[in-house]
Structures are given as structure tokens and as C-alpha cells.
Design a protein around this ligand. Structure first.
Ligand SMILES: [Zn+2]
Length: 323
């Protein structure tokens, strides 16, 4: 039986329960620490903020949160562990690298002039999955990959190849970031051609468009898809995402779809001051939105409890190697 690396230790896929497959705790983009007006990172404040923000979802029965924060966008394993302990939920942390545009690419690009960075990054992923992250002893339970809008750059291709190799060797699943509803089929093709198991891949941010032909073309690769930016109407309207989910469930894809929000309550950098006009477009964005708004809307449209359970419990369990 497969074991899942959670931040407090290994668990069985059967222990995952109701799972949010793509969220963040703390998140920080490249260069935030160069902003003189950014408050310094405070682990204790971050943990407290995340615990508070997660309470609502926990009250709805959420048992596992997959933190999709890659190595280069503010991952803090000690903080993830504190949140898991204090809240009594499973947190699964990622090893992985973000897309070229917003990732920390300088080091690898420099080494890439002389060395094989695909292998070096594969070695990082393997170390973090099999031995742990830094000296924390916390092992990564998921591999995160990301590509930019409309193309997979050479750098990103290296990251995906490294991920596929580590997936193949360890069984640990891959979750992905796609940009603006592009490159889902290409990501799946590249990962699978490099040896990753399609049943251990979830192509993310699929609801960046409402193109059912695109969604089905990803599903036809044999992978999972995740509508994991629910509540971010700023990027794409939830109404259309819901219509797509209902349509895909209606034609038999319940066993391949997962729901999440890509939410983060603790931002590294100076605070966001969202203009008034934008605020309604993020009004529903929280860890609880799927449970509070999306699931009731799907039920209203005739989606059965069984199918909800398949998306929220069975699919994550199978992605992580369960029966
Ligand atoms: Zn994300």
C-alpha cells in the first residue's frame, strides 16, 4: 500500500478524507524581500493567520490541504508543520519549481551553462521526497510543476522532465500550474512521455477557460484535472467554471475532476490594496468557498452526493496511490 508524505509523517491514502488539492499557506514571489516597505516574514504570524483562515473549511469537514507552494515561492516547512499540528489537519507540502516568469530561475540558468540542470533538479526533488526538506525531516508529498502562457519554455521543460523522473521513481504525484488556460495537453504529453504515470498527474488551473474541447483533450491523456481557482473571478468567472464542471460531470468525468481554490491568506510583501472595482471579483475567494458555495450550486444542478464525494475524497486518494 502506498504511503503519503504529510508534514507530520507518513499516512495512508485512506486517511486523506475531504481534500483541497491545490492551496497555499504563505506565498511570496521572487524579489519580495527586496521591497523595503514589505514587512519581514514572521513565521508565528503566518501560522496564526493560516490557522484562522482554515477554520471555516475545517468546520465543513476538510481533512487534508495540499500546499502547492514550490521551493522558490516562499515555502516554509516549519510553518506548514505548525499549521498542521495546531489545526489537526493533514498538510502535504510540495517539492517543485514555479514557472519561469515568476520563479527563482537565476541559479539554475547559470548552472545550466555548464551542467545538466534537469538532473540536478531531479536530485533536489528526490532528496526532498525521500530524505526531507533541509534538515527538517519533513518529506515532500507532491511535486509541483508550472508553465507560462501559451508555451513551455526550455527552463520549464527541464523542470517537467525532472518531475516526471522523480514521479516515476517514487510514485509521488505531480500537480501543475497552467497559465491562462493554456498548455494543459502539452504538459500531460511531456510528463507522460518522460515516464510519469498519468494516474499520478493532476493538471491544474484547468478553469482558466470555458473551452470544453480543451478540458476533454486534457482528460483524454488519462490524467486528473483540477478546477482549483474557484472564487478567483478576477481571472475567470466562477459561473463559467461551474457550467464546465457540471457539463463534464454530466458526461461521466466525476472520477477525474478535483476542486480547490488556490487560496493564500499570508502574502510575503507589502500588503495588497485592491481597488474597489476589483473587490467583488475576489469576494468569494477563501478556503471555504468550495464547501460553502460551489458544492451547494452543483447539488442544485442535480449533481449527486456520490459524485461530490468522488471529486473531494476518492480522486485525491487515488491520485496519492490509494485504491
Ligand atoms: Zn497555486
Amino acid at each position: 500500500m502506498a504511503k503519503v508524505n504529510a508534514v507530520l509523517g507518513q499516512i495512508s491514502p485512506d486517511d486523506l478524507g475531504l481534500t483541497l488539492i491545490h492551496e497555499h499557506l504563505a506565498l511570496g514571489y521572487l524579489g519580495w524581500e527586496c521591497d523595503a516597505l514589505a514587512p519581514p516574514y514572521n513565521r508565528e504570524a503566518a501560522a496564526t493567520t493560516c490557522v484562522e483562515a482554515l477554520k471555516e473549511a475545517k468546520d465543513y469537514g476538510m481533512k487534508t490541504l495540499v500546499d502547492a507552494t514550490a521551493n522558490d515561492i516562499g515555502r516554509d516547512v516549519e510553518m506548514q508543520r505548525a499549521v498542521s499540528e495546531r489545526l489537526g489537519i493533514n498538510v502535504i507540502c510540495a517539492t517543485g519549481m514555479y514557472m519561469e516568469q515568476h520563479g527563482k530561475t537565476g541559479y539554475l540558468k547559470f548552472r545550466g551553462q555548464m551542467f545538466d540542470i534537469t538532473t540536478e533538479v531531479y536530485e533536489t526533488f528526490m532528496k526532498e521526497i525521500t530524505q526531507g526538506i533541509g534538515d527538517t525531516g519533513v518529506r515532500a508529498g507532491v511535486i509541483k510543476v508550472a508553465t507560462g502562457r501559451g508555451q513551455i519554455s526550455r527552463y520549464e521543460e527541464s523542470m517537467l522532465k525532472a518531475a516526471a523522473r522523480a514521479q516515476k521513481e517514487t510514485g509521488v504525484p505531480i500537480i501543475s500550474h497552467t497559465e491562462a488556460g493554456t498548455m494543459g495537453p502539452e504538459q500531460a504529453d511531456l510528463l507522460i512521455s518522460e515516464g510519469a504515470d498519468p494516474k499520478r498527474i493532476a493538471i491544474g488551473h484547468i478553469g482558466g477557460n470555458a473551452n470544453l474541447q480543451y478540458h476533454v483533450s486534457v482528460l483524454e491523456k488519462g490524467v486528473y484535472i483540477a478546477f482549483d481557482r474557484l472564487g478567483i473571478d478576477l481571472l475567470f468567472p466562477d459561473t463559467l467554471r461551474k457550467a464546465c464542471i457540471i457539463g463534464l460531470l454530466g458526461i461521466g468525468y466525476a472520477n477525474r475532476i478535483m476542486l480547490s481554490q488556490d487560496y493564500w491568506p499570508y502574502w510575503l510583501g507589502r500588503p495588497f490594496e485592491m481597488p474597489d472595482s476589483m473587490q467583488p471579483l475576489l469576494a468569494n475567494w477563501s478556503y471555504g468557498h468550495v464547501f460553502k458555495d460551489i458544492i451547494p450550486a452543483l447539488k442544485e444542478a442535480g449533481v449527486t452526493d456520490d459524485k461530490i464525494n468522488t471529486m473531494m475524497v476518492d480522486n485525491p486518494r487515488r491520485l496519492f496511490g490509494g485504491e
